[in-house]
Design a binder for this molecule. Structure first.
Ligand SMILES: [Fe+2]
Ligand SMILES: [Fe+2]
Length: 167
């Protein structure tokens, strides 16, 4: 995998988003121990590489992957707000992405369903599953760097719970 800043095709696809003033505000918001901007970029590029190798629509994957957490945290002051935001932020990100950039139906689905199965919006397209998977892998890596063994322990408990719920 190339470094994303050396991938001209990728940078051309997402250039409009990266140049946007409102999107750049994500650089100031902490997310999993890094900035939300950095997290979104990593999810987008990882998903773009997977989508390309699977011959999926990698342009929509790159764009929607970048916009999947496009929300500003002004209304997340308490830990309760932050907890509730886990379930509500995909909808806010869809609204912001559409307002600022105009998005396709599939890009909306990619953003809306990226938190499944934590929330219950099931991805409708292969492209949505790719971003969902990418967000889980990158997110788990970032959170384990931030919280160390405590996060790995909680992740294992969650996976056991999920596995039992699906039986
Ligand atoms: Fe998210
Ligand atoms: Fe995310």
């Amino acid at each position: 995998m190339k470094h994303l800043y050396n991938d001209r095709e990728y940078l051309e696809i997402v250039g409009q988003v990266l140049d946007n003033e409102e999107f750049n505000k994500l650089k100031l918001i902490e997310h999993h121990g890094i900035s939300r901007y950095e997290h979104s970029l990593k999810v987008s590029y990882y998903a773009y590489c997977i989508a390309k190798s699977l011959k999926l629509d990698y342009v929509e994957v790159a764009r929607a992957g970048l916009l999947h957490d496009f929300f500003l945290s002004d209304d997340e002051r308490t830990s309760k707000d932050r907890f509730l935001s886990t379930f509500t932020h995909p909808k806010k990100a869809v609204m912001n992405a559409d307002r600022v950039f105009g998005i396709s139906q599939r890009e909306a689905d990619i953003i809306k369903s990226h938190m499944f199965p934590i929330n219950l919006t099931v991805p409708k397209y292969a492209e949505s599953w790719v971003v969902n998977f990418s967000d889980k892998v990158i997110g788990a890596y970032e959170l384990s760097r931030k919280f160390g063994y405590r996060f790995s322990y909680l992740l294992n408990l969650y996976l056991i719970f999920l596995f039992n719920a699906m039986k």
